[in-house]
Ligand binder design. Structure first.
Ligand code: G3P
Length: 219
């Protein structure tokens, strides 16, 4: 079974702007198990770097349901593809949008085969949005984001509930919030998730490459 690890670079100083290139360079040539897919979710200020790292896979942290045109401050799926970014997160806890926005974005993205991972803060939200057929639902309890208690230790029952609800539409689930190590990754897979969405555990680590390799190594 393929596992996916999405590393959300957020807007941390260590992974943004003039530091982003240096950060991404750490992962060039890294060895990942053949069944493990690694994706980096970029902040808009760093989208243009994607083409400089052809061996890495990139998502955006957010996307808008707009086309090219008079949309100040927005950007389209077309423009992401143009820059070498092949998918996007949507509705992250730090970038929430309403249901109409999500439905419009998924309509367009699915018509273009552009994969979207919809973040959900609860099982009810996962249930609601899985019917839109995203690539993944990423379950992230907001109160655990950026902390040291992992969703996999604190919310095993809700993870299983989310997975059950999403299975009605055959939508795979990622889990995130407080994910730090291979025990978190292993538990997420044991519960039935297809991987994790992680940020501070990698971005803020003393050795981000070591953190990522130890997160994925046992699988
Ligand atoms: O998008 C990932 C995220 O919100 C989890 O953040 O720092 O708890 O891994 P973190």
């Amino acid at each position: 079974m393929e596992k996916t690890v999405i590393i959300n670079l957020k807007h941390y100083q260590a992974s943004s702007g003039s530091n982003c290139e240096k950060f991404l360079s750490k992962f060039i040539g890294m060895e990942a198990p053949a069944d493990t897919r690694i994706v980096f979710a970029l902040n808009p200020i760093d989208f243009r770097l994607a083409r400089s790292f052809p061996e890495l896979e990139f998502y955006a942290q957010h996307v808008f349901p707009v086309d090219y045109g008079p949309s100040t401050g927005h950007y389209s799926i077309e423009s992401l593809l143009d820059l070498g970014i092949s998918g996007s997160l949507l509705n992250h806890s730090e970038m929430r949008v309403d249901g109409i926005f999500i439905a419009k974005t998924l309509d367009k993205a699915n018509a273009m085969d552009f994969p979207i991972t919809i973040c959900a803060e609860s099982a009810a939200e996962a249930d609601k949005y899985s019917s839109l057929k995203p690539e993944f639902i990423a379950y992230e309890p907001p109160e655990l984001i950026g902390g040291n208690i992992s969703v996999t230790s604190a919310k095993p029952e809700i993870i299983k509930d989310v997975i059950g609800k999403c299975s009605k539409f055959s939508v795979p689930v990622l889990v995130g919030a407080g994910v730090k190590n291979n025990s978190d990754m292993r538990k997420s897979v044991e519960y039935g998730a297809k991987g994790v969405l992680v940020a501070s555990g990698i971005v803020l680590a003393d050795d981000p490459l070591l953190s990522l390799t130890s997160l994925i190594e046992i699988l």
